[in-house]
Design a protein around this ligand. Structure first.
Ligand code: HEC
Ligand code: HEC
Ligand code: HEC
Ligand code: HEC
Ligand code: HEC
Length: 470
């Protein structure tokens, strides 16, 4: 407990709380008696989830007033309440309010964890059931021969479906609507995980539901009224991530051959003590909750395809040999990633190495590429990019953890020029799949063929100017 105002977990100061935001002292002060009664073994039991506080006009109150004590208590107590309160929620189905009683919506956490929320909001995780590609592929899946289990895609894209299998249709409807109000992979979807069972393949999260505790990395957390806190070492371990990132359940009969991360645990990075969080939730110093003391915090923008981490993904070494009419380019692609690249859905979301030779007037005179991904056969022996139809992996070219791959390209030496450019670029390839599927994605997207999934995302690029010589 890094705060002087607390003794044994309870605030004993009775000061005015004006000017504080998420601050817990306010709440503790106001609820001191019930709090004391609820004290268990030195651990504080604070506000009850499901409190009966009305907060109708609340969302419209300016922040200046919000940060007063009373407001804070009200927010706090209402965070995990049944949600029949705001106008937005009032419009939604009973199913959704049931789901959100158990897995409070992320916008309830935003009030006190503004920084975390804003980071998370920019991450791909915040849009895990929003994208046109998701809608289109969900539809392909549901209409496929094996598409009976409506929960399948949501097990990773909106994992609280695991606790509500009878409401799977709600998740489907929301995703299909294109602008779901239901969370996908949000705050409670991770912070209610108490255990990850790695004996299962894929590993399974065990949620602690119906309680009041959110799990996290801190042992010395400050008390607050909205929820109880508990430290779990799981939150600093790769295990937490594995239940969604290790393998796809539909293709489980493919066994190891379809593991998404490969032998990540044998990589130098992991053996030297790094966890997924080390790279994908880099540590910084700041406030964990609004107005609280500065401490070690974790970035929630989950850098990957987006963000600077990409520059650490791979190195390219390019050697060009002009031999009369024939030129050979040798490219060494050194993956610095401690797991497979690409990692997830490697058939439709591949990585590609492109070679472009630019001769006179920088006109492209030769192009070639190598694709790093997987090719599946379905039960009928036809090629399919969809892992949910896969019966067999026929080709696997994904870059393995920390692998160096050598590629050789040979082509006629460009003519009528003294020099030519060799451009080599490694990038995430645009979405791949049957034309009907791609058209469907395009039709679903407000940006049409400009949808981001159709754009390559560059990882690393090298350009060299080569003299043709004599
Ligand atoms: C409940 C399932 C789930 C858990 C747990 C989970 N993820 Fe993810 N993660 C996803 C999904 C789904 C996406 C893709 C969202 C999208 O793009 O639609 C994703 C995307 C990502 C991305 C972005 C990838 C990219 O292409 O940029 C990163 C990085 C990531 N997760 C890291 C982590 C880390 C680190 C952990 C553990 C702390 C973790 N994830 C835990 C489901 C999960
Ligand atoms: C094992 C967990 C898991 C399952 C099951 C799963 N996904 Fe994903 N999915 C992910 C992760 C993780 C990513 C992020 C990939 C990345 O960016 O590296 C992702 C990314 C995607 C993307 C690209 C990002 C986007 O939102 O446009 C689509 C589309 C997608 N998944 C569709 C599906 C569909 C449809 C299903 C069901 C058939 C499904 N997924 C099942 C984990 C899963
Ligand atoms: C009334 C304000 C308030 C609300 C609302 C709130 N929290 Fe917190 N939360 C706090 C405070 C204060 C801390 C302690 C921060 C510290 O110790 O620096 C905290 C700590 C945490 C921790 C760290 C726990 C640990 O032991 O590591 C997690 C995780 C967390 N909150 C998640 C959430 C989630 C998820 C929600 C939404 C369901 C939420 N919080 C809503 C105030 C709040
Ligand atoms: C994919 C899983 C995942 C999601 C989604 C997620 N968190 Fe976290 N969160 C973690 C992990 C893992 C840590 C611990 C990271 C560490 O210490 O290395 C953490 C740490 C925290 C902490 C303490 C450290 C800090 O940065 O303040 C708070 C508070 C927190 N999360 C709140 C939230 C809230 C609020 C949301 C939603 C806006 C959210 N988390 C979404 C996995 C997640
Ligand atoms: C040593 C740092 C490091 C560690 C540890 C690490 N990664 Fe990565 N990861 C990377 C880099 C670098 C990339 C490539 C960045 C990019 O997406 O361009 C990446 C990419 C990803 C992607 C996006 C790849 C894709 O195909 O879209 C996901 C998802 C991911 N990592 C998940 C994980 C998970 C889960 C773990 C833990 C098992 C983990 N990472 C551990 C460095 C790391």
């Amino acid at each position: 407990m890094g705060n002087n105002a607390f003794k044994g977990g309870v605030s004993v100061r009775q000061e005015s709380c004006y000017g504080r935001t998420a601050h817990t002292k306010c709440g503790l002060y106001l609820l001191a008696s019930s709090l004391a009664a609820a004290l268990v073994g030195g651990m504080c039991v604070v506000a009850r989830w499901g409190g009966r506080v009305r907060m109708k006009a609340f969302l419209n109150i300016p922040r200046a007033i919000l940060i007063r004590c009373v407001a804070v208590v009200t927010i706090g107590a209402a965070v995990l309440s049944d949600g029949a309160v705001t106008s937005v929620l009032a419009q939604t189905a009973a199913g959704q309010s049931l789901v959100e009683k158990t897995f409070p919506h992320s916008n309830k956490c935003k009030r006190c964890h503004e920084r975390v929320y804003e980071e998370w909001e920019t991450s791909p995780l915040a849009k895990s059931i929003h994208s046109p590609a998701f809608r289109a592929s969900l539809d392909v899946y549901l209409n496929s021969a094996g598409g009976k289990d409506k929960t399948l895609c949501f097990r990773c894209h909106a994992p609280h479906v695991r606790e509500f299998p009878d409401h799977a249709q709600l998740f489907v409807d929301q995703a299909k609507a294109g602008d779901p109000s239901l969370d996908g992979v949000a705050c409670s979807q991770c912070h209610l995980i108490k255990h990850v069972d790695r004996a299962k393949h894929p590993p399974e999260p065990k949620y602690e539901i119906g309680g009041k505790t959110l799990y996290g990395p801190y042992q010395d957390f400050v008390q607050n009224l909205a929820h109880q806190s508990m430290e779990l070492s799981l939150f600093q371990k790769s295990d937490l991530c594995l239940n969604c990132h290790q393998s796809v359940p539909s293709a489980v009969n493919l066994g190891k051959s379809n593991d998404l991360l490969g032998n990540w645990d044998q990589s130098r990075a992991i053996k030297s003590g790094k966890e997924c969080q080390t790279c994908h939730m880099p540590q910084q110093v700041g406030e964990s909750a609004n107005g609280e003391k500065k401490r070690r915090i974790a970035n929630h923008s989950f850098p990957g395809r987006i963000g600077k981490l990409r520059q650490e993904a791979a190195k390219l070494d390019v050697q060009t040999k002009v031999d009369g009419d024939k030129t050979t380019v040798m490219v060494k692609v050194q993956s610095l990633v401690p797991h497979n690249l690409p990692a997830t859905h490697p058939a439709w979301a591949a990585v590609a190495l492109n070679l472009d030779i630019k001769g006179k007037n920088l006109r492209t005179v030769f192009s070639d590429k190598r694709v790093y991904g997987r090719t599946y056969l379905d039960a009928q022996g036809q090629k399919t990019p969809f892992d949910f139809e896969a019966a067999k992996v026929v080709e696997d070219t994904v870059l393995k953890p920390e692998e160096t791959r050598e590629e050789t390209f040979t082509f006629p030496t460009p003519k009528d020029t003294k020099t030519f450019d060799v451009e080599v670029a490694l990038h995430y390839a645009p979405l791949n799949g049957p034309a009907s599927f791609l058209q469907r994605v395009e039709a679903e997207s407000s940006q049409g063929s400009q949808d981001p999934v159709f754009q390559p995302i560059e990882i690393v690029k090298r350009t060299e100017n080569i003299p043709v010589g004599k």
